[in-house]
Ligand binder design. Structure first.
Ligand code: ZN
Length: 280
């Protein structure tokens, strides 16, 4: 099942058409794409029991928003692929390295992003959305707490991120538009193996990152376990799971995003994000 946010309304996607959930459910579920996660189990049961409810209509990708636009908590994981940890000059951590991206930086899967500086970098990432409260959950039950997966970018202004004595991961990665996700949320049952998906990105058609999520140091169910040992994960919380090798900062010489560049981010079985960078 593909669920998402079309013009700020909760939407099911069937083939290349969109179904408005509030209308299709006769008001059983409201239009807020974020609120559905608090009733996720009930929603999935309704959607499965009513596979042809509602009117399926064409839509424009420009009208898609983040599948979970206003989470209570956002987690982002650093150094979660061995090759990216190595290119960053840090070791593979014993426990997930966690920071946040503030939701004011969220945006949809297609559009323009304003460059706030000249050292803006890409980070293609698998994003997981929590579907059930998780507190001290073992990794073996991790997937049961995940509503679904989507594609994301952890855009990063490297100067802000690295200036000063202590890294500013949260601020350097939370300029407006720096946390795109989409095009929709795909439920884990849709994948042959939700733990092994091809992902990557291109800039102006040149491949910059290419990896598989089976190479995550801490895979999604382990992240649910490690995070929920310390914090309570709430329905609708968003986890950016980390990026593989190939970021611009680690290249010699470094490569950063410039005005007019087009960044395309893809994850197997989910789809593509397409962003163009414009100057302030
Ligand atoms: Zn990242």
């Amino acid at each position: 099942m593909r669920v998402g946010n079309l013009s700020d309304r909760l939407t099911l996607f069937r083939g290349d058409a969109a179904v408005d959930v509030e209308k299709a459910s006769g008001g059983q579920f409201g239009p807020d794409p974020q609120a559905v996660y608090d009733r996720w189990t009930e929603f999935v049961a309704w959607a499965r029991a009513n596979p042809s409810a509602g009117e399926a209509v064409p839509f424009r990708t420009e009208d898609l928003g983040a599948p979970a636009p206003r989470p209570r908590q956002v987690f982002a994981i650093g150094a979660n692929y061995r090759d990216h940890a190595e290119e960053g000059g840090v070791g593979v951590p014993d426990h997930p390295m966690v920071f946040t991206k503030w939701p004011s930086s969220f945006t949809g899967p297609v559009g323009d992003v304003v460059l706030p500086g000249d050292t803006v970098d890409w980070e293609a990432e698998l994003v997981a959305v929590v579907g059930r409260r998780a507190r001290d959950v073992p990794a073996s039950e991790g997937w049961a707490h995940v509503a679904g997966l989507t594609a994301g970018q952890d855009l990063s202004e490297r100067t802000v991120q690295t200036r000063g004595e202590f890294p500013q991961m949260g601020l350097g990665k939370s300029f407006p538009g720096f946390s795109p996700s989409g095009p929709w949320l795909v439920t884990p049952d849709e994948f042959a193996d939700p733990g092994d998906l091809e992902l990557g990105c291109t800039v102006n058609g040149h491949r910059m990152q290419h990896a598989r999520t089976r190479d995550l140091v801490f895979p999604v169910p382990v992240l649910v376990a490690e995070l929920s040992r310390i914090v309570t994960l709430e329905p609708g919380d968003v986890i950016f799971t980390g990026t593989p090798g190939g970021v611009g900062m680690a290249r010699r010489p470094p490569v950063y995003l410039a005005e007019g560049d087009e960044l395309v981010t893809t994850i197997e079985g989910i789809g593509a994000l397409r962003h163009r960078f414009v100057s302030a």
